[in-house]
Write a protein that binds this ligand. Structure first.
Ligand SMILES: Cc1cc2nc3c(=O)[nH]c(=O)nc-3n(C[C@H](O)[C@H](O)[C@H](O)COP(=O)(O)O)c2cc1C
Length: 246
């Protein structure tokens, strides 16, 4: 396995950090690597908020489904899908461009996420651990006020980073599905029934007989899909989408 592949396999989310700052040179190296990511039309349709203020970190930890570890991370970056910057640049040229629509948002979202993932890979290569925080999509009104967002800037990803503790480095990485569970040839192949069951059983246990699929699924669905945070995320996301649908 070459070093790049080895690092992709090795990387895992880190949620506990050493009490050691990340210096500006290291931060800049990671941000510059993020900016090297592919980008639709090379427009770099994203913005990065480097959150340094501890009070803002504390508030984000609360707003993102009460995850205290967020506030302890030395680095906290919010990657926004930014449909505002080019609009401003067009207007600067005296143009009267249309308002951004859902396609503009989705492509900016893709731009923001590939840049964020470059940051994750770059950070790992420097020995830093990171974790995405999907809950940044919740509480639109309070997050927008806190981070000075407007109608055309939407959080696509939040990343926390820092130097991992020994325990985090030793923690096993959660298993992934088999390739065949995710890949279809030529057209989407919908998985159903027993095949779905077998895929989860294989991922979670390796030993079909001892694994309580129904019980595990019930608890997981309750904890994730049917949770209060998922409902709040959908409410908040709909509010972010509204200006793009008008
Ligand atoms: C879009 C996205 C959102 C995530 N949100 C959270 C989160 O809010 N809190 C958290 O602790 N981990 C979060 N994670 C990390 C996942 O839990 C983690 O990637 C997954 O369990 C696989 O583990 P690994 O990254 O260690 O391989 C998120 C990951 C992604 C890609």
């Amino acid at each position: 396995m070459n070093p790049t592949l080895a690092q992709l396999w090795e990387r895992k989310s880190v949620r506990v950090f050493l009490d050691r700052p990340v210096d500006d040179a290291t931060r800049n190296e990671i941000i510059d690597a993020a900016i090297q990511a592919p980008s639709a039309g090379n427009q770099n349709l994203y913005a990065i908020i480097d959150v340094r203020d501890q009070a803002v970190k504390d508030e984000l930890a609360e707003l993102c489904d009460h995850q205290p570890f967020i506030a302890t991370a030395p680095v906290l970056w919010v990657f926004l899908a930014d449909c505002r910057r080019w609009l401003g640049a067009y207007q600067e040229a005296g143009l009267k461009p249309r308002a951004p629509g859902p396609g503009d948002l989705l492509i900016a979202y893709a731009d923001a996420l590939v840049a964020a993932q470059n940051a994750v890979v770059a950070a790992h290569s420097l020995g830093l651990g990171s974790c995405y925080i999907g809950d940044i999509l919740e509480n639109r009104e309070r997050v927008a006020a806190l981070l000075n967002l407007d109608d055309y800037t939407v959080p696509a990803a939040m990343l926390v980073m820092g130097w991992p503790t020994e325990h985090q480095l030793k923690r096993p990485k959660p298993p992934r599905p088999a390739r065949g569970d995710l890949v279809s040839v030529d057209r989407y192949r919908r998985r159903q029934g027993r095949e779905l069951r077998a895929s989860i059983v294989a991922r979670e246990s390796g030993a079909a007989a001892s694994f309580d699929y129904d019980g595990w699924m019930r608890a997981f669905c309750e904890r994730k899909y049917e949770s209060d945070f998922a409902r709040e995320m959908n409410r908040s996301a709909a509010a972010y989408l509204r200006p793009f649908m008008e």
